[in-house]
Design a protein around this ligand. Structure first.
Ligand code: PAF
Length: 289
């Protein structure tokens, strides 16, 4: 079956209604484009024999806290549509800003608590922008299931909580972080790294692994685990740590002691590119996938 590219909400509704009439379920992967294997693995997860696979490509302005980051975000629609075609996507929805925000947005969806730490602390308004656009996209696509990457661990926790709190009729499915051979988590932002910073960036995952190894060894003190990761990052002068925190994976609150599974998450600047990564770790076991 061929991949259809549409730009309007009306076209999505028509295609989705027709798929439903054929008895298909609606599977949805929301993206901001600049697609890579991380997105590809979510599409693979979302492609089902009796499913109609929709991918949205929309660089959502209201989730960017800095205008320059929004301007510089990679936009590669033609290649993205090809990518979707190769991955067996049925419908690509690539709306314009005017289609998504025809008038100033006056209604916002905000998840409190879970957005106070990690990225929420450093990117004011970011998660409000994410949850608002995801709610709009759910309203447009009306999927049975929506797929999110575990790399954006806080986003995943926030979206899951929003769906539960608002009783939205969609199941959230997560896909594991996909990494380059040297451990760097795949991200649309990686393509903005210059060769020097690209060489330095794998230290991020090495640092998280060092922290997870401390958890495996039975360390209960988050300070000790954090220091193990920071030592790795500080040895790499081209990287600057924005945060590195150990939190409860569902509530995204710092833990006082490590007695259960934790999320070890960080944001690191490699030059002018901000990269995030995280691992889950369990006492006595270390990194869990
Ligand atoms: O993870 C992303 O790419 C975005 O935050 C999302 C979920 C597509 C919302 O714009």
């Amino acid at each position: 079956m061929s991949t259809q590219l549409v730009h309007t909400i009306a076209e999505v509704r028509e295609a989705v209604a027709s798929a439903r009439r054929q008895g298909l379920t609606i599977e949805f992967v929301p993206t901001m484009g600049a697609l890579h294997e991380g997105h590809g693995s979510l599409m693979d997860l979302a492609r089902r024999p009796q499913g109609f696979l929709v991918v949205s490509i929309f660089v959502n302005p209201i989730q960017f806290d800095r205008p320059d980051d929004y301007e510089r975000y990679p936009r590669t629609l033609e290649a993205d549509v090809e990518f979707c075609r190769a991955r067996g996507v049925d419908l690509v929805f690539a709306p314009s800003i005017e289609e998504m925000y025809p008038q100033p947005q006056r209604t916002f969806v905000e998840v409190t608590g879970l957005t106070e730490h990690l990225c929420g602390r450093f990117r004011p308004g970011h998660f409000r922008g994410v949850t608002t656009v995801v709610t709009k996209l759910f309203g447009i696509v009306q999927p049975d299931r929506a797929y999110f990457g575990e790399k954006d661990a806080q986003q995943l926790a926030v979206v899951r909580r929003m769906v539960r709190d608002l009783n939205l009729p969609v199941e959230i499915v997560s896909g594991p972080t996909v990494r380059e051979a040297d451990g760097l988590a795949m991200s649309s932002r990686n393509r903005r790294l210059d060769p020097e910073h690209r060489r330095a960036a794998p230290a991020i995952y090495r640092a998280l692994q060092a922290a997870a190894a401390r958890v495996a060894a039975g360390a209960e003190d988050p300070g000790e685990v954090r220091s193990a990761a920071l030592r790795v990052l500080e040895a790499e002068p081209l990287l600057r740590v924005e945060y590195l925190e150990i939190v409860d994976p569902e509530e995204i609150q710092p833990v006082a002691g490590i007695t259960d599974e934790v999320l070890i998450a960080c944001a690191v600047w490699a030059g002018n590119v901000r990269l995030i990564d995280s691992v889950r770790a369990r006492p006595g076991r270390g990194e869990v996938r």
